[in-house]
Write a protein that binds this ligand. Structure first.
Ligand code: MG
Length: 477
């Protein structure tokens, strides 16, 4: 009966809270409709009868060095290696934050989480099962943009953008959702369909297989219409679980079993696209929400030659695998261009002929010419936030750190004045500080940080505990 209890409770914190929330939702929906209506209307690429479908495959805590095609010596990932070989593999692709909640809050609206209040501070750097906050309804997600163009939209897997009903995926533009509301180490871990709890706790050994089956079903059912499938895998976030078919097989141990099961899942999804005849009209993206959780030792992954991992603004915390696959459209290539998950919204919107909001700052840019024509991307700054603090910036090959902190090992940040400067192309492991030799570069990057700060307006933090009715109810659970 735990399940029923959870369902009922999450369904409506109280009538009073829900009526307030509903009023806010109505107001926000109205403002969203207005902003979309005001936006530019780019034409769909010429000669395209039907807009392409999109599949975003988003691993959790998978490191830069954890796939065969990114150099792992003992984890076997033949399907992802084939996907990379047939598509475009980026070697300098980033997640927009080094931990789960802000990373997802960046990808879906295409905005740095500092703009939506979805980046926190110690001790709450992500949302917890008793967090009343979530992605504000005023954010316009990729799913909402594409729905306006007639897309079917599905979210499968981990959400982690708020667990009260008003924050769940179907309130953010998804037609359906099957997955868990937050990380798999947070209790209770319910498995949900739509806004109902299917099982609690979720049987984690089965999650990857069931996510895959849901994804294949969604593809087969929607072969006639363009769709967005956002599949955010629960793994390889700790605790690790693999199904019987994969457990005990990988030379890398349980972590390898889990990644190899993800790889097989990707293989099945790509095969479903081929079997349905949709492969040549579907862009598939594979990436990860942040770097490896190194303090978990053998249960954590690898950032390869990059420094540090999850929770840090060193490269290993935020640079992740980035593979783009679209047979017949994206030519096989390995590219060094710097891009990030913030670019997905403007890029997919462009390919779909969807409008992007013009009443707010978007932090990414359309990279479709890189993907489809191989056109090089111009240098632009990429900002590294640690929680709500801007710690570092990269432009071209150069990166400065004004602060550093490896969340899970260092209790306080270290300030660097003058900043540390690294040339990431010559020194991808960030070993050799060359600030003294390039004061002009340091000054230019400091200016970029200052210019960026001017664009950030203060908003309420969604990750902090609050003293309202929803929070009090959540604390009692
Ligand atoms: Mg993560």
């Amino acid at each position: 009966m735990t399940t029923l209890h959870f369902t009922t409770e999450i369904a409506g914190v109280s009538r009073a809270v829900m009526s307030t929330v509903l009023a806010a939702l109505v107001a926000c929906c109205a403002s969203q409709a207005t902003s979309v209506a005001r936006a530019n209307e780019p034409a769909a690429p010429a000669g395209q009868a039907r807009p392409p479908s999109f599949v975003i495959l988003f691993a959790d805590d998978l490191g830069y060095g954890d796939l065969g095609c990114y150099g792992h010596p003992t984890i076997r990932t033949p399907h992802l290696d084939r996907m990379a070989g047939e598509g475009m593999r980026l070697t300098q692709f980033y997640s927009a934050a080094p931990v789960c909640t802000p990373s997802r809050a960046a990808l879906l609206p295409g905005r740095l989480p500092i703009r939506s209040g979805m980046s926190g501070g110690t001790p709450r750097r992500v949302l917890y099962p008793n967090s009343p906050g979530g992605l504000p309804a005023s954010e316009i997600t990729l799913a909402e943009l594409l729905k306006e163009r007639g897309y079917k939209t599905a979210c499968i897997g981990k959400w982690h953008l708020g667990c009260l009903r008003e924050h769940l995926p179907m309130r953010h533009g998804f037609d359906e959702w099957f997955g868990i509301p937050y990380s798999n180490d947070m209790k209770p871990t319910p498995l949900m369909r739509g806004e109902q709890v299917l099982e609690e706790p979720a049987v984690q050994e089965t999650l990857t297989r069931r996510y895959t089956e849901e994804a294949v079903r969604f593809i087969e059912q929607n072969r006639a219409a363009p769709f967005l499938l956002y599949l955010a895998y629960t793994f390889p976030h700790v605790p690790l679980f693999a199904s019987d078919e994969f457990r005990g097989r990988s030379p890398r141990g349980l972590y390898g079993d889990v990644v190899e099961e993800l790889d097989a899942s990707v293989g099945r999804i790509l095969q479903a696209l081929r079997d349905t005849g949709l492969a040549d009209n579907t862009l598939v993206v594979f990436t990860s929400d942040n770097g490896p959780w190194l303090v978990k030792k053998l249960d954590g992954g690898s950032a390869g030659l990059l420094r540090e991992g999850k929770g840090s603004t060193w490269e290993g915390g935020m640079r992740v695998p980035g593979i783009f696959w679209w047979p017949g459209k994206i030519r096989p290539a390995v590219r060094l261009d710097v891009a990030s998950t913030l670019d997905l919204l403007p890029t997919l919107a462009r390919l779909a002929g969807a409008s992007v909001p013009t009443d707010r700052v978007l932090d990414g840019m359309d990279i479709s010419r890189l993907l489809l024509e191989g056109a090089p991307l111009a240098d632009r700054p990429f900002f590294y936030y640690h929680e709500s603090d801007l710690f570092a910036v990269r432009k071209g090959p150069w990166k400065i750190h004004t602060m550093t902190q490896v969340t899970y090992r260092e209790k306080t940040p270290t300030r660097h004045d003058p900043p540390l400067l690294f040339h990431l192309e010559r020194d991808p492991s960030e070993q050799f500080n060359v600030a003294a030799d390039h004061p002009d570069v340091v000054a230019d990057l400091l200016q970029e940080m200052e210019r960026h700060r001017q664009t950030v307006e203060p908003v309420p933090c969604q990750l902090e505990p609050r003293d309202d009715e929803a929070s009090r109810w959540l604390r009692q659970r």
